[in-house]
Every structure is written in C-alpha cells, then in structure tokens.
Design a protein around this ligand. Structure first.
Ligand SMILES: Nc1ncnc2c1ncn2[C@@H]1O[C@H](COP(=O)(O)OP(=O)(O)OP(=O)(O)O)[C@@H](O)[C@H]1O
Ligand SMILES: [Mg+2]
Length: 553
C-alpha cells in the first residue's frame, strides 16, 4: 500500500488523497489486475465447445439459470474487481457486435494476459508487449480475412451449418437442425438488399417464449404473434384473409383534461347524452368497416361499446398492443400505423392470409400468419420447462446472429480451433520478420491463440498436449489450413469437411476485443481506489481503464 503522500518541509506528511484511499502501483498493480482477469477467464474456460460443461447460476433472490453461454455467465457474475469487470465488458462487446464467440473472447483475453505476465517477469516493458500485441492483432485480422471462404447468399445449406456450429455447444442439441432451419429462414426473410449489400436487422425477428410441449414444436411464423387476445368474446376467432387496420389512437370518447361539468336535468337528456356518445363510437366503427378492414390492432384502449359494435360487424380487434409489436405488425403486413380513425384509408391497411386467436397452455395469443411479404417475423419457442426455453432462446440468439454475420459478410471460416491453430503458425512466422523485443510479444500472442484448440480438446477429455503436437505438425506440413479438433472422434480432422463453420466476423471480433482488453489492462500501473463511496453501477466501460471500484485492491 503506497499512500500518496510525501514528507513536507517540516517533515509532516502532505496528504494528497483522502484518508483510506487504497493504492497499488507498478508491478503489484499489474499482477493484481492480471490475476483477477485470469480468474474470470478460467471460470468460463470449461464451457467452450460442444463438449463444454454448463454453469448453474443462482441469483441473490434464488433464480436459477443453467447456461453455456459466455455472455450470460459473464453478465450474471457479480464481479467486483475493476480488471475483472473489463473482461465482462469484453463479453458484452462481443455479444452486442457479433452475438457469438463470447467465451472465446474472454478465454483469449485471459491467455494474452497470462503470457504477458511471463514477459513482464523477463523484464519486457509493458509498452513493448502492448505494441507487439497490437501488431499481432492487426496481422491476425488480416490473416483471418485471407483464410476466409465465401458463402453465397442463396447457399442455405451452408448457412444452416453455420447456425448448427453455434448451437453444438448449447443445451438444445436435440433440436438443432430444426432451429438452424428456422434461423436461416427467419434471417433471410427480414434481410434486405440495397446496392448489392445485404443487411439483416435481427431485431425484426420477434422471439416469443412459451414453455410446454417440446423444442421440436418451435415454430417460425411469417408474421407477428401478439401475446394478447381478441378484445371481445363475440369477435370471430379467425379472420381470413385479414385486412388490418393499425391504429395509434383510442377508440374511446376523449375525456377532457380538466374537470368539466355537464348539467343533466332530466332522464331524456341523459339518454340523449349516452346516445350521442354511442353514435360517435358507432361512426368510428362504421369508418373502419367502410374502408374494408376486418381486423384492428390498436395501440391504445378501446371502449366497451366500440368493442360491441366491432364484434357485431364481425370485425376482430386487439387493444393495448405494444409500440414494438405495432411497428413489427406494420413491417410484416405492409400496413401503415395511423394516428386517428379519420386517417384510415384502404391503402393504409395491412394484409395477412390468416389471423387467428390460439391458446397455448393457459395463454391466448393472436397469430398473424402468412403476411404479405413479411419484413418482420416471429419465432415461438416451445420447450419442456422454463429453463429449457430460456437456454433455447439464448442459443437461437447466437444462431440468428451467426447467420446474419455470414449472410451480410458472405465470409466464413471452419471452426474447431482450426483458424486459431493456423493463425498461431502464421503469427510465429510474422514474429520473426518483426524481430526485436516485439517479436517476443507477437510469439506470445501466437501461443495464446492455441488456447482455443487446446481448450476444446481439454473439454472433450482429450490429452491437450497430444492434440497440440499433432495439430502443429499438420498445420506445418499441409497446405490445408482447416485441421482442427474433432471433439467427437477425438482426432485432428479437417473441420471444413466436418461442416463445422463459424462466421469470419465472430473470430475477428474475438481477437480484436481480447487484444484490446489485454492491452488496456497491461497499460495500468497504478490503481487508486477510493474508499467508502457509494457502489457504482458495475463496469465502467472499455474507455475507462482506471479503478472503477469501491473496494481496496
Ligand atoms: N462439432 C464441433 N467440433 C469441434 N469444434 C466445434 C464444433 N462445434 C463448434 N465448435 C467450436 O466451438 C467453439 C465455440 O464454442 P462455444 O459456442 O461454446 O463458445 P463461444 O462461441 O466462444 O461463446 P458463446 O457461444 O458462449 O458466446 C468454436 O471455436 C467452434 O468452432
Ligand atoms: Mg458459440
């Protein structure tokens, strides 16, 4: 502990920092940070790959999550140490940017730091390591790009394999083929092509989770499923074909903002008043009928009287639909959301072949099926229990992301540790060319990459040394870069032949975020932690390497 103070002129210490502030500097600070980050990386290590194990996470209120998903594990870990928090950030970035490879990214960060620690022991200056790592990461990204194989937009079979690879490690292996097919169809449905580039916004894929039945009953609906019911018992339970009005206005008589008094002196007047209100509502419904709508999705409330009129005319309606669902309904059916009944016109209506109310378990749902060229779709996930459905949801998220990545970039790599092994070889060659002290750092980086095949092997119960030796010799001798760890047969195999395929973007991002995080942690040589401040809201983001903490480090 090194208090920031110095003896003053009279020998009285000059205190700079508040009493109780913790401070560690130099090697001690570096080592603490590295250790903390390594521990976090160690935690997720055993989950990597198809033979990786799951983690059971129990929250403070006793909620149980069983998962293999790196991002979820990292999110649930309530880490305190600032350097450990940075690894949590790495997994978040990886998840937000590319949706998969979170375990890989965290694992690589830990490995890079472990190797850096050894270099620090040999008195290599952190700046040299950071520079070496930066060069190595740039080279790695370039090499990965060169290694990548093209995937055509219409090559659904390959896209399905990419989806399956992301799901091998998840708890839904039994239904992975079905999920892969759904993922590819869903992403392609929402994808749009402009000037030759494909963009797929997977936020337009609505995921609805309903436990009960089995995973194999998970369904892709070419339209939107709204977690609501038709608002009146007398409404038709199914509308075919549906002409859909999307309304962002109340189907009610506006109440005045302030108290207004209406003097009613006789029963006749009362009657007139009610009739007038009813007429206004009836007019609204007539307007809806006139333009040919037979279904209304309303973002706001609908008066009971209006519901009655709608039901009488055979028009179905759903009220209080969320804004998100309204937008997706618009994207799916081609309808336009209007702000008042008056603005409804024929061409503002959306279309779908069938809209029906269906019961799943105890819940009623409204399915908008076979919408007209739907640019938003829904996947209804089914599964035995809530835990199964939740893990299926996380797996599907990964699958949708990898399909999007592969489709948008049109570039994939084989997996199973093959690209990392090849990278390692090429970086070692590159290191020699760079020479000097940085060579040591680049070599360390190259070695760290091998953690992926090594860990895949370890998790499959194989001897990592044997695997590594064979892998290195195959990559050294063969021109084929795709030798990796077949975790099922336990052999070093051509992963491309085995159809284990990852998107280029996932691997590049993993290398990038891992090396950035490692470098950021390495550059810190002074940790000044205030004491007694109120607890912060967690990680401070990748731009603030400083102590975001509230503890003594
Ligand atoms: N059948 C397989 N054989 C060998 N390796 C595989 C196979 N399927 C997937 N892999 C590899 O497993 C690794 C991915 O494992 P996993 O999905 O557990 O971690 P992640 O993608 O890094 O993180 P997360 O999915 O938790 O975000 C990739 O390197 C991938 O190539
Ligand atoms: Mg994965």
């Amino acid at each position: 502990m090194n208090k920031m103070s110095a003896p003053g002129a009279a020998g009285v210490p000059v205190l700079i920092l508040k009493e109780g502030t913790g401070r560690t500097t130099g090697k001690e600070a570096q080592r603490n940070n590295i250790t903390a980050a390594k521990i976090v990386a160690e935690t997720v290590r055993t989950t990597l790959g198809p033979r990786g194990m799951d983690k059971m996470l129990v929250s403070t209120i006793g909620d149980v999550t069983i998962t293999n998903d790196g991002a979820t594990i990292m999110k649930e870990l309530d880490v305190q140490h600032p350097a450990a928090k940075m690894l949590v950030e790495v997994s978040k970035t990886q998840d937000n940017e590319v949706g998969d490879g979170t375990t890989t990214a965290v694992l690589l960060s830990g490995e890079l730091l472990e190797r850096a620690e050894k270099l620090l022991d040999k008195d290599v200056h952190p700046t040299v390591i950071v520079d070496g790592y930066k060069k190595a990461a740039e080279k790695a990204i370039e090499v990965l790009d060169k290694l990548s194989m093209p995937v055509a937009e219409k090559d659904d079979a390959t896209l399905r394999q990419v989806a399956m690879t992301s799901m091998y490690s998840k708890g839904i292996v039994v239904a992975k083929e079905k999920f892969a097919e759904i993922a590819v169809k869903a992403v392609k449905q929402v994808a749009e092509k402009t000037n030759g580039t494909v963009k797929a916004d997977i936020d337009l894929i609505k995921i609805l989770k309903k436990h009960g039945r089995g995973l194999e009953e998970t369904e892709l609906v070419k339209g939107i499923v709204v977690d609501k019911e038709f608002a009146h018992a007398q409404m038709p339970k199914s509308v075919t074909p549906a002409k859909i009005a999307l309304l962002n206005a109340k189907l009610e008589i506006e109440k005045t903002e302030f108290d207004a008094k209406i003097n009613i002196n006789s029963p006749e007047q009362m009657q007139l008043f009610i009739e007038e209100e009813e007429k206004m509502l009836s007019d609204m419904v007539t307007q809806i009928e006139k333009i040919g709508a037979n279904l209304v999705f309303c973002e706001k409330g609908i008066d009971d009287v209006a519901l009655h009129f709608l039901a009488k005319k055979g028009i179905a309606a759903v009220k209080n639909v969320s804004t998100g669902d309204m937008e997706k309904l618009s994207k799916a059916t081609g309808g336009r959301i209007v702000a008042s009944v008056k603005e409804l016109t024929k061409d503002s209506l959306g279309e779908a072949k069938v809209v029906e109310e269906t019961k799943i378990g105890d819940d009623k749902l409204v399915y908008v099926r076979d919408a007209k060229n739907p640019k938003a779709v829904t996947i209804v996930i089914r599964g035995g229990t809530e835990h199964v459905v939740d893990e299926a949801d996380r797996s599907l998220h990964d699958a949708l992301c990898v399909v999007r990545n592969a489709l948008e970039d049109g570039k994939i790599l084989a997996g199973g540790g093959a690209p990392e092994a090849e990278l390692s070889k090429r970086l070692r060659d590159y290191a020699v060319k760079v020479g000097g002290r940085e060579q040591l750092a680049i070599e360390a980086f190259a070695e760290a990459m091998e953690a992926v095949p090594i860990t895949l092997a370890e998790n499959a119960g194989l001897d990592p040394i044997d695997v590594l030796v064979e892998l290195r010799s195959k990559h050294e001798k063969a021109a084929n870069p795709w030798f990796g760890v077949d975790v099922y047969s336990g052999e070093v195999q051509d992963m491309k032949k085995l159809n284990v395929l990852d998107p280029l973007r996932v691997k590049q991002q993993a290398v990038k975020s891992a090396s950035e995080a490692a470098s950021m942690i390495l550059r810190i040589d002074d940790v000044i932690a205030s004491k007694g401040v109120e607890k912060g809201p967690g990680g401070k983001g990748r731009d603030s390497p400083g102590p975001g903490g509230d503890e003594d480090y």
